[in-house]
Design a protein around this ligand. Structure first.
Ligand code: ATP
Length: 599
């Protein structure tokens, strides 16, 4: 136990987090367990609290569905599968079902049977190792091996421990402990400024690794973390403005303006013969794009790089960019070979972060572009984003319209000043996006986290009639409501929403959600959806950007779901409260100005 800690200690934290509706309590609970954990167990504690075995981008999957989990519980308890299934059906929560079944009279665990009764407490290390072995079991007989490993684990666990193990393995911990929450607590426990931790997290987004490094070697070790091909980085993000004049003003009068392609952002890493592609939220999406892997291998001279671009579907006959929905169709297809054939894609690169052993993040944009151009060979499927160096608002507006007519969303305007570095994980004014939605008064969409739902009536009886949506505040690590949206959903959306949201359901408000409204159902912030509205107005019922004196927050008027599920975004990547405030302040100016006038 010296380098480990009892799993029951983690379970106590799980129980307390589950019971609280306050984020401060949640943070204190995390800090307490981090203080208690020995350095060697620190990474495992962090992963388990986050409901994962390794950072998401490593793609380590348990490969355990509900059926398999029930089989393991049945074997461990010696009770029939049917009994486990019935209990689960009755309780609607596999965790509770596991707890109940394992504490039932007559549940004789397999260990009891073999005379190896639980003699000592299960440790975090043991739970983690067992689960890792479950994940590793593959190929023929994998299912049986997984059941065997899991049933031994359940048998060695107390009923309360079994509850959380069951939830963990089916991915339904529903604690809503986010990376930022963990970073806050680590900063508190190890007395390290949050900025240093964030910096480390941006180049090496693996909280288990960071926590263990801190615990074992102290804060100085963090500075050793570097951009490394194969390990995703937190991408640089853009601010938004709605007129060329303002944008150029903000960027010092001159900017590199590029088409803003409407596809999937891709971070492409190559180390020798290995190419990996990471999504906007750092998931490994290499397997979805075998074609892109091939193209990049052909198109790049360098064998060691990290570059960024947008993957879009293209009509191979005309070279025309297809709507974003086409890419979604491709992503939904299970047969990758078919997907590649039916929905061909091309790549438009726009930045280089690492090239041939050199970290480029601190170089100005133009030097990074030079590195990118230097490494690219002409290729029919891999291009540099169409760009122009512009210093005139009228020319910029023309370029914007050109981008729109070439099926792009607008343009990205980028600083060319000496300080135009690649700001990892930051939304700053070095990049400014210029989009326009002609159909509505709001110039941009918002990506909001679903934190609650209201039951529908009439045609929507039994389904959700409206969703409660929230913006994120990175300063407080909390979600503030800004809209209740009921329109824009197709029948198909309405039908699938309860299922999509089921995994996030909670009996009470999540501690990281700040709301005055009481929806019928609460959720852990998990799903992000895109909405548009008529305008941002002051509202006494929403908590986003709450002015305590006036008692009003900001809300979206006439919000409408655009049809886009932003599964490429984590809830912490949702539109921030500061952005909502900026949209509120900007909208008047935008309303008065028409694009035609400025050309
Ligand atoms: P954000 O990424 O800013 O949080 P978002 O994902 O909703 O927001 P947008 O608001 O549409 O995206 O704008 C930024 C995105 O535009 C980038 O993440 C990237 O995927 C895409 N993009 C397309 N073309 C370019 C380009 N030339 N340079 C940078 N980004 C581009």
């Amino acid at each position: 136990m010296e380098n480990d800690l009892p799993f029951s200690e983690v379970v106590k934290v799980f129980e307390a987090i589950e019971a609280t509706t306050q984020r401060t309590v949640m943070a204190k609970l995390l800090s307490s367990i981090f203080k208690e954990a020995p350095p060697q167990a620190m990474d495992k504690v962090v992963y388990i609290l986050l409901g994962q075995l390794r950072p998401d981008w490593e793609g380590v999957e348990l490969g355990v569905g509900e059926k398999l989990a029930m089989r393991a519980i049945s074997t461990a308890s010696g009770l029939p599968f049917k009994k486990v299934e019935e209990t689960y059906k009755k309780l609607g929560d596999l965790g509770e079902a596991a707890r109940q079944v394992m504490s039932m009279k007559g549940a004789s665990t397999i260990l009891d049977y073999f005379g190896a009764k639980r003699s000592r407490a299960l440790t975090v290390g043991e739970v983690y190792e067992s689960l890792m072995n479950v994940a590793k079991a593959s190929g023929e007989g994998a299912q049986d091996a997984k059941v065997r490993l899991l049933s031994s684990l359940f048998a060695a666990a107390s009923p309360d421990e079994a509850k959380y193990i069951a939830r963990f393995i089916v991915g339904k911990l529903r604690l809503g402990v986010a990376d930022m929450t963990v970073l806050d607590s680590l900063s508190d426990v190890f007395n390290v400024p949050k900025e240093s931790l964030e910096k480390a997290y941006h180049v090496h987004p693996d909280l288990g690794h960071i926590a263990r490094l801190l615990a074992e070697r102290g804060r100085d070790a963090l500075a050793e973390l570097r951009v490394t091909p194969g390990i995703p980085i937190q991408p640089m993000l853009a601010e938004r403005l709605s007129s060329s004049k303002e944008i150029l003003g903000k960027l010092g009068g001159i900017a590199i303006c590029e088409y803003k392609y409407d596809g999937e952002r891709a971070q492409i890493h190559r180390r020798g013969d290995s190419v990996r592609i990471f999504s906007r939220r750092l998931e490994d999406i290499t397997h979805e794009y075998p074609d892109v892997v091939g193209y990049v291998m052909e198109a790049m001279e360098s064998r060691d790089f990290v570059v960024e671009g947008e993957i879009v579907t293209v009509d191979p006959d005309t070279g025309e960019i297809k709507p974003f929905q086409e890419l979604m169709h491709r992503k939904r297809k299970h047969d990758i070979k078919e997907a590649v054939e039916e929905y061909p894609v091309e790549v438009f690169l726009f930045d280089a972060i690492y090239m041939d052993g050199v970290d480029l993040t601190d170089l100005p944009l133009i030097d990074r572009k030079r590195a990118l151009w230097g490494a690219m060979k002409p290729h029919p499927k891999v291009h540099h984003a169409t760009w122009r160096l512009l210093d005139d608002p009228a020319e910029t507006d023309k370029f914007f319209l050109e981008a729109i007519s070439n099926d792009c969303e607008g343009i990205m305007c980028k600083s060319v000043k000496r300080d135009s570095i690649y700001e990892l994980g930051a939304r700053g004014w070095l990049w400014i996006k210029y989009k326009r939605d002609y159909k509505s008064e709001l110039t941009d969409t918002l990506d909001l986290a679903v934190v609650g739902a209201f039951w529908g009536r009439g045609r929507r009886a039994g389904l959700y009639g409206a969703l409660l949506l929230a913006a994120y505040d990175p300063d407080t690590d909390q979600f503030y409501t800004v809209a209740k949206v009921g329109s824009g959903f197709t029948d198909e959306d309405l039908k699938k929403l309860p299922e999509m949201l089921d995994q996030y359901k909670l009996p009470h408000k999540h501690p990281r959600v700040v709301s005055k409204m009481e929806p019928d159902v609460w959720f852990v912030p998990g799903l992000v959806i895109e909405v548009i509205g008529a305008e941002i107005t002051q509202s006494p019922i929403h908590t986003c950007c709450m002015d305590p004196k006036a008692g009003t927050g900001l809300a979206i008027r006439f919000p409408r779901f655009t049809g886009r599920y932003r599964t490429d975004k984590s809830p912490e990547q949702a539109t921030t409260v500061r952005e909502v405030m900026e949209m509120f302040r900007n909208q008047k100016k935008i309303g008065e100005q028409s694009i035609d006038e400025s050309i």
